[in-house]
Ligand binder design. Sequence first.
Ligand SMILES: [Zn+2]
Length: 128
Amino acid sequence: MNKYIEIGYWRTSKDKFDDENCHLPAVEDYIQPGWWDLIYGSFLGHYTGNMVHGDELKNIVIDYLDSFDKINHFRGYSGCRVCHCHNGSAERTDGKYLWPEGYSHYIKEHDVIVPLEIIKRAWNKLKK
Ligand SMILES: [Zn+2]
């Protein structure tokens, strides 16, 4: 049993349900432009003491995800499910969550939303 909570793993194609990753969510369902300002206004502004804006918070989360050492190096690259660029070949973990190296690419380039728990962890690490 994996000791980590996995986030940011997507099925290969939204429409193909016969691929080996068909048990994973479709990234298209998590793309939501404007989401950062939306949650900032409804929740995170209060949580962060109104110290950052939505886009800044997004960058804080991206920096957080990219700040951990790479583990579990794989042969070959994972292709981005949206733009098909080469998007990393390893995983990272903060000790509780595990995500593909290219997870931050989806957030930065494709407006993929992230669990609030990750935002809280990123913010708390920054404030330490
Ligand atoms: Zn992409």
